[in-house]
Design a protein around this ligand. Structure first.
Ligand code: BGC
Length: 684
């Protein structure tokens, strides 16, 4: 594309062609309309190319910018994220496929507490983006997990700003090492999906800066993402995309951000105000916004100089991209190597929550009765823009078979038939944003009894799915449903009566209630949504091929209402994401709903670690292992803290060291330590 436009402008000999050093000269050549077109994206051409039948470089990519061919300015391609590249896996009239690796969700990546591992994931995602023609990844998602019911928590990292910030730094460095940009999102505080386009997050400035902005600040200062995505919501009355205080004063003047700010995929808002605030690129963008900007400059409502600032930032972004540099995407990233990275990451982020009587690891060569639809149809990730068109998902039964553990018949066939008959039909939306999960199979006590025959133990997978555009609910989501509780009770009674063990696998995107039932099974494994290799990773943990080393990045409370934020979260709201509770369409400018962050600093363990607060079910940082470690006293120097860790247990494993002071102030993870081996970790 660039070659064509260069040829055109050079042939004509009339215009300069964009390069890194002539941006001023290019701006001087641009007409007002061209300037406006550069800050307004090219609509849904790429995201909906399959239905619109548009010819675009990367079908299914979330958005593009607009080209100005006469000046050698190409259109660049933006794609979701965060659990991999989200593009169409097949292209009309083209051979081959464009599947992308489905990596584990953000919460699992944070559970690794291993920034090197996350950086490796970022590199793999960056390489896929590069070889499929994407210039900027709309990732990582890094809003604070304020409340477990936020429907997008799975895309986010943690309740703690340091863990969230450092995980984001690793992700950004990984992707950008491949010459592809990132967009840290959603700036900020976008901590719920209910009424997300309009909701006003009302947060004290101190709390905002120390919790909800802190993680972004770390990411900006330590990894220099090429772009930032402003959120849908308002912050203290102002849409973040029109908030000059947030986008210019804090982000650029205080933190020194030099890159570009784009909108989230908002419909038209007050475009001149967005430009004035320092929001440089309107996505997905529409022609009316170009007209609006031209008119605003002509009428004097908007200074052309303000528009020029944004145009400059768009051009500065463009000259860094693979498209501008004439990179020809091979269409052949190393999917095999990336699947191995996805599996390793999942293995490091799966958290062992309970293991009594040495239930785990499971002996190989045994037979497992696998209960729960999720055992046969593992949820690899969430839905919405965070969905990835991955080539396959390894289920738990398949992973266990690789580890020499067979799924018990006829139970497996019963589930297979049920799933075949009851899986939701594919639709246009599910093809684009991920299929809803198959509902749980009703299980009679009789079926549980029948299944016990040959099986040496039972594994029950409990699954939860959430996604962009809606929050989770308390009933049947945060809480187990009555049917799930009954199933768990029946399985435990029947198996325990025969001296056989029961293991629960949580295949969830966010926190669920565990306190009321965790005494029933013998072991509990939190698999999160572990990406396409999830079944393999999980099976390797269950069989002991891998020693678990994940730790919780978020608190599991006993009761939802123990969380201070629960009093200020729309937990019982059942409407869509852009409607007010009455069901009336919201009109901008109206006072349209708000969330007061009245809990202030009392987020997650910051609250529960204070005296007199309720017990939690599993605390922040919790996770068991198959081995034991001795962790020495921390040694402090002026700018670092180091700790020596020794594996004093029976098997090789990794250990996470967490220093709280009183809040998380440093952490690190060892390499794989053999029994008896030590490592001195310098914590960050
Ligand atoms: C989401 C963003 C995403 C964008 C493009 C929006 O609805 O909030 O996270 O990057 O769509 O798909």
């Amino acid at each position: 594309m660039l070659m064509e436009s260069m040829a055109l402008s050079e042939r004509e000999g009339l215009f300069p062609t964009l390069n890194e050093n002539n941006i001023d000269q290019i701006i001087a050549q641009l007409s007002l309309k061209e300037k406006a077109s550069l800050v307004v994206g090219d609509g849904y051409k790429s995201m909906l190319s399959r239905v619109l039948r548009t010819k675009v470089p990367v079908p299914g990519a979330a958005g593009m910018t607009r080209a100005v061919p006469r000046l050698g300015i190409p259109a660049i391609v933006l794609s979701d994220g965060p659990a991999g590249v989200r593009i169409e896996p097949k292209r009309r009239g083209q051979e081959g496929t464009f599947f992308c690796t489905g990596f584990p969700i953000g919460s699992l990546l944070a559970s690794t507490w291993n920034t090197e591992m996350v950086e490796k994931v970022g590199e793999a995602i960056g390489q896929e983006a590069l070889e499929y023609g994407v210039d900027v990844m709309l990732a990582p998602g890094m809003n604070i997990q304020r409340n477990p019911l936020c429907g997008r928590n799975f895309e986010y990292f943690s309740e703690d700003p340091l863990l969230s910030g450092r995980t984001a730094v690793a992700y950004v460095r990984g992707v950008q090492s491949q010459g592809v940009g990132t967009s840290v999102k959603h700036f900020a505080p976008n901590n719920q999906e209910t009424n997300r386009l309009w909701n006003d997050s009302r947060v004290d400035e101190d709390v905002l800066r120390q919790i909800y902005l802190k993680n972004f600040e770390i990411a900006i200062k330590e990894s220099e993402p090429w772009t930032v995505m402003a959120s849908y919501n308002r912050l203290n009355g102002v849409h973040t995309q029109e908030d000059r205080w947030l986008l210019t004063k804090v982000l650029r003047e205080e933190w020194g951000f030099k890159g570009l700010v784009m909108t989230d995929w908002t419909g038209k808002r007050n475009t001149p105000s967005q430009i004035q605030a320092g929001c440089d690129l309107m996505e997905p963008g529409g022609k009316s916004q170009i007209k609006e900007l031209v008119k605003a400059v002509k009428s004097g409502e908007l200074q052309e100089a303000d528009l020029d600032i944004c145009v400059r930032r768009v051009l500065e972004l463009i000259v860094k991209t693979p498209t501008f540099k004439d990179h020809v995407p091979s269409g052949k990233p190393d999917l095999e190597a990336h699947a191995a990275v996805a599996r390793e990451a999942a293995e490091e982020g799966i958290v062992l929550l309970k293991n009594e009587l040495g239930t785990l690891p499971l002996a190989k060569g045994m037979t497992a009765a696998l209960f729960g639809v999720g055992s046969y149809q593992l949820l690899a990730g969430g839905t919405g823009s965070g969905h990835v068109h991955r080539p396959y998902v390894i289920n738990l039964d398949q992973g266990l078979a690789e580890e020499g553990i067979q799924a018990n018949e006829p139970l497996s066939s019963l589930y297979a038939n049920y799933i075949q008959k009851n899986s939701p039909k594919k639709s246009f939306m599910s093809n684009m944003l991920g299929s809803p999960a198959c509902a749980e199979m009703p299980l009679s006590r009789e079926n549980v009894e029948k299944a016990v025959g040959e099986a040496d133990y039972a594994i029950l997978t409990l699954s939860r799915q959430a996604g962009e555009g809606g929050d989770r609910h308390l009933e049947d989501d945060f809480l187990l449903s009555d049917a799930e509780k009954q199933m768990l009770k029946d399985i435990c009674e029947v198996y325990h009566a025969r001296g056989k063990r029961v293991i629960v696998v949580l295949n969830v995107g966010g926190v669920v209630e565990t306190a009321s039932w965790k005494h029933l099974p013998d072991a509990i494994v939190l698999a999160w949504q572990p990406g396409q290799e999830g079944g393999n990773a999980l099976a390797r943990i269950l069989s002991g091929s891998i020693c678990p080393s994940g730790r919780l990045p978020v608190t599991f409370p006993v009761d939802y209402f123990d969380l201070p934020s629960s009093a200020h979260f729309p937990y019982d709201y059942k409407g869509g994401s852009s409607m007010i509770p009455s069901g009336k369409k919201i009109v901008d400018g109206e006072n349209v709903g708000y969330t007061e962050y009245k809990e202030g600093f009392q987020v997650g363990y910051r609250y529960f670690s204070q005296p007199g607060t309720p017990e939690v079910s599993y605390p922040f940082g919790f996770g068991l292992s198959y081995t034991q470690f001795e962790v020495g006293e921390p040694v402090w120097t002026e700018d670092s803290v180091s700790v020596t860790v020794t594996n004093i247990g029976p098997v090789a494993g990794k250990e996470v060291v967490i220093v709280k002071n009183p809040y998380l102030s440093a952490f690190g993870k060892t390499r794989l330590l053999q029994p008896g081996e030590s490592q001195t970790l310098v914590l960050q």
